[in-house]
Design a protein around this ligand. Structure first.
Ligand SMILES: Cc1ncc(COP(=O)(O)O)c(C=O)c1O
Length: 375
């Protein structure tokens, strides 16, 4: 059997990883400033995480959501305490798209409406409603066209007002920092204005924190920079440090009912063990404060590279915009300097999404490589 060939692949075969390094089958060490697309939060093969998963799989890896699962309760309590969202409720699933799918579903159930407001250049996933709210016709199939979605310019508060006042909208979904799109952000005035408009019109505000959550921006969630109260918060990537787990946090005003949402695998024992270990390490290693320190250092170093026209993003969710397309630069970084970085819809943007444990010396290695390539 062959693989369904949907991914353009780099010719590298990682076989192991530790903290910020990935090793291929020839023993070459790569510095991971990509985190497998913002997934690695506490570092590859982190000891406490490995131990927790090993113990759990040897004890009880899975049972269904029809029984008591104290690990879900522990995860919810630790997540509430660390995120500051302890009055929200937690529903667990398996991926970012699924988190958004459930977030949109809750909004639609509760408002009785079906139309969604999303923003240009947004990315919310590849499943039914999530992909329909993603501004990329190439990954939307005809079957996804049944969803009612209106795309607006990020920052156009007047347009949000006009659309919400039509009375048929269930949710506004947004990334407070656009990831795949290229690190664009709205202003505080815009985000806080959207929040107020949602509340005035009985529309759900969904914060897609799949990429920007779990400390990546230095705050637990990126929306926490602003004075906003999302109705639903979706999460995934950093949540399991590579173990597939996602979830939504629902505002306490949203009442659950049995059967409203459900999943076979979501919140299973093994996934919870991974999720709990991530929260333990984020807290014990004070990683959010560390993110701020390393981010400030990174931004200082960027000033030494005149070819960088703009530095975008926050924390360790960063983008360096050049005045040329970066595909070749990324290849040189990988093949000549053994450093993984990311790309974006904006072809001139190099994305930096390292494990949150990255140190200044790794940032130095990256900038030395960049200087060599650009000189
Ligand atoms: C902001 C955002 N939302 C949703 C998703 C979809 O997550 P997943 O690939 O886990 O379905 C992504 C993935 O890149 C993302 O960046």
């Amino acid at each position: 059997m062959k693989l369904f060939d949907v991914y353009p692949l780099y010719n590298i075969t990682p076989v192991k990883a530790k903290d910020v390094y990935v090793y291929d089958d020839a023993g070459t060490q790569y510095l991971d400033l990509y985190g497998g697309h913002a997934v690695i939060s506490i570092g590859h093969a982190q000891e406490h995480y490995v131990q927790k998963i090993q113990e759990q799989v040897a004890t009880l890896g899975f049972y269904s959501n029809a029984i008591q699962n104290p690990l879900q309760v522990e995860l919810a309590e630790k997540l509430g305490a660390l995120s500051g969202c302890d009055d929200y409720n937690l529903f667990l699933c398996n991926s970012g798209a699924e988190a958004n799918e459930n977030a949109l579903k809750v909004a639609s159930f509760k408002t009785g409406n079906a139309r969604v407001i999303a923003f240009k250049n947004a990315f919310h996933g590849r499943t039914s409603a999530a992909v329909a709210t993603t501004d990329n016709p190439k990954i939307n199939a005809p079957i996804n066209a049944q969803q009612k979605v209106t795309f607006l310019e990020l920052g156009d508060l007047e347009a949000v007002k006009t659309e919400l006042e039509k009375g048929d909208v269930c949710a506004v979904i947004l990334e407070f920092i656009q990831g795949v799109g290229g690190l664009d952000e709205g202003t505080a005035e815009f985000y806080e204005g959207v929040d107020k408009l949602c509340k005035a019109n009985g529309v759900f505000l969904i914060a897609d924190e799949v990429q920007s959550g779990y400390g990546r921006t230095g705050k637990f969630f990126a929306f926490q920079t602003y004075n906003v109260t999302p109705d639903v918060i979706s999460m995934a990537k950093g949540m399991g440090n590579g173990f597939p787990i996602g979830g939504i946090l629902t505002h306490p005003s949203i009442e659950a009912s049995h059967g409203m949402l459900g999943t076979t695998f979501g919140g299973n024992h093994l996934a919870c063990a991974a999720g709990i270990a991530v929260l333990d390490v984020l807290k014990s290693e004070n990683l959010m404060q560390h993110v701020d320190e390393i981010s400030a250092y990174f931004k200082e170093k960027v000033a030494e590279i005149p070819q960088v026209k703009l530095i975008k993003g926050r924390g360790l969710m960063l983008g360096m915009e050049f005045d040329f397309e970066v595909a070749e630069l990324r290849k040189k970084l990988i093949y000549d300097h053994h450093i993984f970085t990311g790309s974006a819809n904006n072809k001139k943007l190099l994305r930096i999404l390292p494990p949150l444990t990255v140190q200044k010396e790794h940032i130095d290695t990256f900038f030395n490589a960049l200087k060599t390539i650009l000189s």
